[in-house]
Design a protein around this ligand. Structure first.
Ligand code: ADP
Length: 635
């Protein structure tokens, strides 16, 4: 019989599995049990309409067998089974849901074994602990059975065999122990029962196993001895976690459930249990992940909670149960008030659903606020992953959520060099400070040396530094925090000057009108205007914008523009701001009087430096190079 080869991705995955790091290995059992449970679900579903199945609800089970002598661990089910073609298609290639995401990830993370834990890698995970895997399966409706067998990445065989009943046996031959690797534990009854309890406790079908027990035997002579015997037992408790009293659900069990169900590698940042009665009766168990799934900020990510009606799943991802800004929340909602065959359309307008949604929104919000207050480090971790999502929330529906979300926001404080909330910023404001200052840009390093921050810094005021593309929009949507107005350091009027000072600037601008016109003319289309700025201290020049579109918005529009789109993204009207107190300005001024070509070179240099500091890139590199050479050579 000839060996068939795995498709190349499958082969890579198998190699990864074989070399998997220790901590991931134990998930293999939950993957096999989950497959068995799915197979039973499928046959149970068929049996609802097809009397030939001949099994009733109570007959379905998953059975686990340990054979220490032959070093095998077997997971059997009386589910739907697989035909020869299905064995070939399902186990010969990676093409299935969970594995597909894994495969995509594999594309960009070559050789990173850490990705294993992030996905339901399914069946292949068996190779983390087994040197050989044999699957004997008989499909529903078929008289013959087939055996699929493989020892790893060198290929697999499929041959006919026999099996008395419909279903599958996945038989793992456990690897031999080595000097530094312990594989025997996968043949240990206690380890296996613990794993079932840890990962698969809530599986609805019974997971049965021969469990060793001891009993006392009273001898004739009055002495008693102990004797081992085995008893077939259901190891899992079969009650969904969210249906149990909160006090009975340990943090560890909740975390394990989350990680198993949503393929997380990390414990959730928060678990929220809800047991509601009133307008609508329901139970919910929600999770705030501590890490964003790799596809979170893409269109591939599917938000939503799993909706159950009295324990029967009716919708896998019901996005209507949560507002958009909390779309990272995972979890389940179970209510006896929904009918089993409710359609998505009806559900969207359902009053009960809306009641649940607003309830859950409040719960998630207060839980996040609690996390921020009590577990700052965890919250900051959460913020790094999902802060952008919350900021998007400020923008949606014309800022209608801003009051609800403002206390959840964190910003990098230039003064404290750490993340702060708006209220922490407000509390630390100096007595003469009127505004909450912020600066948006491409990186913290760029913002720390942004010319426009100089005056604010000189006054000793803190500045919130923001580096996400949407920040400028988000801050404009937020507008205020309590009584305090938010102010971008790029604003013309930073609110730091007296009327007299403002007047002086206007006068100075008037007296330098000819020079400013000359600079504008020298730069042509590069800038829309040239003016003097009172906000600069150490820097000679800065780049700003006039009109509605800021430089940051321009950056956002340019990045967000869909490839090939016809319309050009909106552009900021750039303004070159000059510092009249700077030596460079005086040099410009004197060249303007005596040496116009030199004044033009200085103007070009000042503009290029302003562009660099603004993080927008020099728009005319050639002129800059030319100017620098001319200026250095002529000096
Ligand atoms: P996934 O479970 O993500 O689809 P797997 O690699 O675990 O990926 O399994 C691939 C496919 O093989 C499953 O989708 C299912 O169709 C089939 N399969 C696996 N185990 C069983 C089983 N015990 N009984 C029937 N079909 C199975």
């Amino acid at each position: 019989m000839s060996k068939k080869q795995f498709k190349s991705e499958s082969k890579r995955l198998l190699d990864l599995m074989i070399g998997a790091i220790y901590t991931h290995r134990e998930i293999f059992l939950r993957e096999l049990i989950s497959n068995a449970s799915d197979a039973i679900d499928k046959l149970a579903y068929i049996s609802l309409t097809d009397p030939n199945v001949g099994l009733s609800r109570d007959d379905f089970e998953i059975s686990i067998t340990i054979d220490g002598e032959n070093r095998t661990l077997t997971v059997s089910d009386n589910g739907v089974g697989m035909t020869e073609t299905e064995l070939e298609q399902n186990l010969g290639v990676i093409a299935k849901s969970g594995s597909l995401a894994f495969k995509q990830k594999l594309g960009d993370d070559k050789g990173d074994t850490d990705v294993i834990g992030q996905f339901g890698v399914g069946f292949y995970s068996a190779f983390m602990v087994a040197s050989k895997v044999r699957v004997v399966s008989r499909a529903y409706g078929s008289d013959t059975a087939f055996a699929w067998e493989s020892t790893g990445s060198d290929g697999y065989t499929i041959e006919p065999t026999t099996r008395d009943t419909v279903g599958s046996d996945v038989i793992l031959t456990i690897k031999p122990d080595t000097d530094d690797e312990d594989y025997d534990e996968w043949l240990d009854e206690y380890t296996i029962t613990s794993l079932i309890k840890k990962y698969s406790d809530y599986i609805r079908h019974p997971i049965v196993m021969d469990v060793t027990k001891s009993r006392k035997i009273e001898g004739e002579d009055g002495k008693s001895t102990w004797e081992d015997y085995t008893e077939r037992e259901t190891v899992n408790s079969r009650v969904p976690l969210w249906q149990r009293p909160k006090s009975e659900v340990t943090d560890e069990a909740a975390a394990a459930f989350f990680m198993e169900r949503w393929h997380g590698t990390d414990e959730p940042a928060a678990v929220i249990s809800v047991d509601a009665e009133g307008t609508v009766t329901y139970r919910a168990m929600l999770f705030v992940p501590s890490r964003a799934p790799y596809d979170y900020y893409t269109r591939e990510y599917e938000p939503g909670l799993t909706l159950y009606a009295s324990g029967v799943m009716i919708m896998e991802r019901c996005a209507e149960l949560l507002p958009e800004h909390f779309r990272f929340v995972r979890g389940v909602v179970d209510s006896p008030d929904f009918t089993l065959n409710i359609s998505r359309e009806v559900l969207q307008h359902d009053r009960q659903l809306r009641a649940i949604r607003s309830n859950l929104e409040r719960r998630v919000r207060s839980e996040l606020a609690k996390l921020l207050e009590q577990k700052r480090e965890t919250y900051e971790g959460f913020w790094r992953e999902f802060g952008l999502q919350i900021k998007y929330g400020l923008l949606s529906n014309y800022g209608e959520n801003r009051e609800q979300l403002q206390d959840l926001l964190l910003f990098w404080s230039s003064k404290a060099q750490k993340l702060v909330t708006l209220s922490e910023y407000a509390d630390a404001m100096l007595s003469d400070q009127q505004f909450i200052y912020y600066a948006c840009g491409t990186s913290l390093a760029q913002l720390e040396s942004l010319p426009q921050t100089e005056l604010v810094r000189e006054r000793g005021y803190d500045i919130l530094l923001l580096t996400d593309e949407i920040d400028d929009f988000a801050m404009q949507a937020l507008e205020k925090f309590g009584e305090k107005t938010l102010k971008s350091v790029r604003a013309d009027d930073l609110g730091l000057q007296s009327d007299d000072e403002k007047h002086a600037v206007e006068e100075s601008e008037k007296s330098h009108a000819a020079l400013l016109d000359f600079v504008k003319e020298s730069l042509g289309e590069r800038v829309a205007a040239v003016k003097l700025s009172p906000n600069l201290k150490g820097s000679a020049s800065a780049l700003g914008a006039q009109g509605y579109v800021t430089l940051e918005m321009e950056r956002y529009f340019t990045l967000a523009r869909t490839a090939g789109a016809a319309e050009t993204p909106p552009k900021a009207e750039r303004v070159l701001e000059l510092n009249a107190d700077h030596t460079a300005f005086r040099a410009l001024e004197s060249a303007f009087g005596t040496d116009k070509p030199r004044a033009k070179l200085l103007a070009e240099t000042l503009c290029a430096l302003a562009e660099l500091a603004a993080g927008v890139g020099v728009s005319d590199v050639k002129s800059l190079t030319e100017a620098v050479w001319q200026l250095t050579v002529n000096n």
